[in-house]
Each structure stands twice: as C-alpha cells, then as structure tokens.
Ligand binder design. Structure first.
Ligand SMILES: Nc1nc2c(c(=O)[nH]1)N[C@H]1C(S)=C(S)[C@@H](COP(=O)(O)O)O[C@H]1N2
Ligand SMILES: [Mo]
Length: 198
C-alpha cells in the first residue's frame, strides 16, 4: 500500500471523498430530538459563562453588529447523510470569545428546549465554529435552528446545537444529551466516532 491520507478510509463518489459510512444527500433533512422551539429575536440572548462564573451576554442586535463570516462547509450527520457545500452566515466563536477570559478546556453548549452537547473548547476556536443566523441567503428557519444555531462542521452534526442560547466553559468535561445516551464524546466523522468506544 502507498500513501495513507486522512481521506484514506473515506468513500469516493463522483470525485468526492466522504467520511467512512456516509452517503450524499442533496436535500436538507431536519433532525430534532423534540418539538421545534419558537425563539423570538427581541428576547434572544446568548450567554457565555466562564469557569469562574463570569457571564458575557449578547442580544440579537449585539450579534448582528459583530463582523460576520460566510463559511461554505460540508455537513456530516451520524445517521449517515452528508450534505456538501452548504453556505451560512454568522459570527465566528473566535470573535465572540475574543474578550472572554478563560483557561477552560471544555465547553457545554445549551439550547432552547433543553438540548445540550459538549466539545473541547479548542474545537470552537481557530475558525472552526460559528453562531449562524442565515443559511443559503435566507434567515435560518426554526426547523434548522433559527434564529441562531451553532455550526461546528468538522464534527458530526449533533454537535451543532440548534436554537443555541449559551455556552458554559468548564475545567472538566461534561457530556451533553446524545453523549450521555451513548454517542461518542468527540464525534469526528473522518475517524467514524459515532458511539462510545469507536
Ligand atoms: N437543539 C438541538 N440541536 C440539535 C439537535 C436537536 O435535537 N436539538 N439535533 C442535532 C442533530 S442529531 C443533527 S443531525 C442536527 C440536524 O440539523 P438540521 O435539522 O438542521 O439538519 O442538529 C443537531 N442539533
Ligand atoms: Mo444527527
């Protein structure tokens, strides 16, 4: 055998390499563990709480006033669909966390409706994650997490909490909703980390 590249275990389909076990879809499936919460922008607030208990808040106008980015990214759901080349608009977590003093290693993300998901803080930084409010040149629909959701495309899509309302920065890892139910703590699609032990 020759070169082992990151996509080595992926599947080639029409010139596209997908993570192992994934198939391509053109439509945009909706996956929600419960009912779709209707979150109003006039009361919307995003809160980052540090490991010291210090809170940082952003209102909807605060969020829209921050410099935004338009990432085009591939999505990989643990139920095996992948959707390539999706374009979003939102604020990078680098921007949101720029003035947040923290030495935490972990993040626990909170959504309206009670959903949570965890990831290392490093995975929210360096251009890897956004709070997005537009998809495909339209306001984000509530089904897909509007008015705003987290987007962390390098991990399985369950980490991209819809209807996001806050992030707690933690010294110790705390598993979220699916992670507590047996899904992988990290969830790297290229290493096919679907379930605990993968
Ligand atoms: N708040 C919340 N966020 C969530 C979920 C959820 O049930 N509640 N489902 C996750 C899962 S499993 C997936 S695959 C994606 C689906 O996003 P979509 O419905 O926009 O395709 O949202 C993730 N974020
Ligand atoms: Mo999912």
């Amino acid at each position: 055998m020759g070169i082992v590249s990151p996509g080595f275990h992926g599947r080639r389909r029409g010139g596209v390499t997908l993570p192992p076990g994934q198939y391509l879809t053109e439509d945009f499936p909706v996956l929600s563990a419960g009912p779709t919460p209707r979150v109003a922008v006039d009361t919307w607030r995003f809160t980052v709480t540090t490991e010291f208990g210090r809170e940082h808040h952003w209102s909807w106008p605060d969020l829209l006033a921050l410099p935004s980015e338009t990432p085009t990214v591939d999505l990989h759901c643990v139920t095996k669909w992948s959707k390539l080349g999706t374009t979003w608009q939102g604020v990078s977590l680098d921007t949101l966390l720029a003035d947040v003093e923290t030495a935490a290693d972990y993040a626990l993300v909170y959504a309206h409706g009670g959903y949570t998901t965890n990831l290392p803080l490093d995975d929210l930084l360096d251009g890897q994650a956004w709070i997005v409010y537009r998809y495909d040149d339209d306001d984000l629909t509530s089904e897909h997490g509007g008015p705003a959701r987290l987007l962390v495309p390098h991990l399985y899509l369950w980490k991209s909490a819809k209807w996001v309302r806050g992030i707690r920065l933690l010294d110790e890892n705390e598993p979220g909703f699916w992670e507590t139910a047996g899904y992988h703590d990290y969830g790297d699609p290229w290493r096919e980390q679907r379930y605990q032990g993968d």
